[in-house]
Design a binder for this molecule. Sequence first.
Ligand code: CU
Length: 182
Amino acid sequence: MNNQSLLFSSASTRTKPLILLLLFVCISLGLMLGCNNEVDRPDSALEEQGRLTSLSMAKSEWNIAIEDAWARPTKAGMMSAAYFTMHNVGSVADSLVQVSSNASKDLQIHLSYMNDGIMVMEEQPFVAIQASEQIPFQPGGYHIMIIQPIKDMEEGDKISLSLYFKSGMIIEETIQVGNPTI
Ligand SMILES: [Cu+2]
């Protein structure tokens, strides 16, 4: 018999709920603190986390791949955009609902389109993706707007990109500045 089961068997029926509540509070606090720690991870750890996330997701029905990602070079305080192909290789639909990066505090999901012969862009609350669907984020279409980067983004630099989905899945990628195919 381990310590935990001793604790429960010796406790009166009246104190059991209190012990369970305390355990729950401790576990909840631990999870919250764990989450906060992750926000401050350095880039290399972020990259490792992204790899591990992808590996564990491979076992799940939720599995979205971010392919051919890159960000447009720009100067600090200007505008940049991140592009990639969002590929749902899982078996269930999901929605991209939020994005974040170490490059800027302000990232938005945008869609560019032609309106009366003028290219306009509009913030999107989410981008839904069906099972097996591939959605290109590219110039002239969906893109991640990186508003006022905190420092210059030069060709070859790397930035983090975290993608938050409705299912609760978080994909953490390290993407490069500059398009490798141009
Ligand atoms: Cu935009």
